[in-house]
Design a protein around this ligand. Structure first.
Ligand SMILES: Nc1nc2c(ncn2[C@@H]2O[C@H](COP(=O)(O)OP(=O)(O)OP(=O)(O)O)[C@@H](O)[C@H]2O)c(=O)[nH]1
Ligand SMILES: [Mg+2]
Length: 321
């Protein structure tokens, strides 16, 4: 059953539960009907207001708003909020009008007829605009998936798929990361924190990026781009020279180049990962292709991770002092 039907049903049920007996006989029909109407309309209005509250974007950051825009379109949210506000004021006016009419009426049958008319009007309003109400309920469910990123110094881990980004997040932040479901994929965006008595640094893991222009990127990749754009104080680019990720070095270097192209001014650190898979230092072969400082790591075995962490903390100290 849709949210619109649920609201109507609840209002009818609650109004029905009003009993006639408790009112003095002389004014019984009138007071009873007015009470019923008030209850019926209150349930509807409260449900609609509650829905508007749930999709209120106050307190959402630019990043979160743009992420939501990718998923459900902010313009449609605006439009639907306006429609629901209009329904609310129509119901309020009708309620007032009918109660005045009932107050002035003494014929019991007419009073009953007025109530029916008002119910009919309200229900028709809801049913006619059902899709807007349903859309806002859908928006609310999407909003629950938006990661609860904090507005603080943030490191964003990026790179091609499978290069070890999530493994690095775990290695850097120690504890199991706080996991929020990631919209539209089976993947999840992972948030972790490097914490000390004196500081907290947020680390965000993003979905893998493919080598293609931003315009061609799918919704999942675009979210990684949004995270880089809005959240990153430091970008960590993870490179997998072993190519066990399934993407060749040249391919990964193109991903690196496109990140540099779009975010030339962001502090970037390159992590050459999975060095535990090498017997020699041939993982250094691509060093001159990078314009940024390089850390050689094995996120899986914890090699080089402490050095990297120290570097991040140093950058944090410099930028925040
Ligand atoms: N040998 C080795 N394997 C690693 C290392 N880091 C990650 N892996 C493995 O690489 C695979 C992918 O690791 P993930 O951390 O899931 O990679 P990811 O970049 O988050 O992947 P996506 O989220 O799909 O983009 C897993 O099987 C990891 O165990 C490493 O340092 N050495
Ligand atoms: Mg991952």
């Amino acid at each position: 059953m849709s949210i619109a039907d649920i609201i109507i049903e609840k209002a009818i049920r609650r109004a029905k539960s009003i009993t006639i007996k408790k009112y003095p006989k002389r004014i019984r029909a009138k007071v009873y009907t007015i009470n019923k109407i008030n209850t019926f309309c209150s349930v509807i209005k409260d449900s609609l207001r509650n829905l508007l509250d749930k999709v209120n974007l106050d307190g959402f950051s630019t990043f979160q708003k743009e992420l939501l825009d990718l998923l459900v379109s902010l313009k449609r949210i605006d439009e639907s909020v306006q429609v629901v506000n209009k329904i609310l004021s129509k119901i309020e006016n009708a309620e007032e009008k009918y109660i005045t009419m009932i107050k002035q009426e003494s014929d019991k049958n007419k009073i009953k007829e007025y109530r029916r008319q008002l119910y009919g009007f309200v229900i028709a309003q809801i049913k006619r605009k059902k899709r807007y109400i349903e859309f806002l309920e859908h928006v609310y469910n999407e909003m629950k998936k938006i990661p609860k990123v904090k507005d603080e110094f943030t490191v964003v881990i990026s790179g091609a798929p499978n290069v070890g980004k999530s493994t690095l997040l775990r290695a850097l932040t120690g504890s199991e990361p706080e996991i929020a479901p990631y919209p539209f994929t089976t993947k999840s965006i992972l948030l972790g924190y490097i914490r000390d008595l004196k500081y907290e640094i947020q680390v965000v893991d993003t979905p893998g990026l493919l080598d293609r222009e931003i315009e061609e990127k799918n919704v999942v990749e675009k979210q990684a781009i949004l995270a880089l754009r809005h959240l990153a104080n430091i970008i960590i680019f993870v490179f997998d020279p072993s190519e066990t990720c399934g993407y060749g070095c040249e391919y990964q270097l193109n991903v690196y180049k496109s990140i540099k192209k779009h975010f030339p001014d962001k502090k970037t650190i390159v992590v050459v990962n999975k060095i535990d898979l090498f017997n020699d230092d041939s993982y250094k072969k691509y060093d001159e292709k990078f314009q940024d400082e390089i850390f050689y790591c094995s996120a899986l075995k914890g090699i080089g991770v402490e050095n990297l962490k120290e570097r991040i903390v140093k950058e944090y100290m410099q930028k925040t002092s």
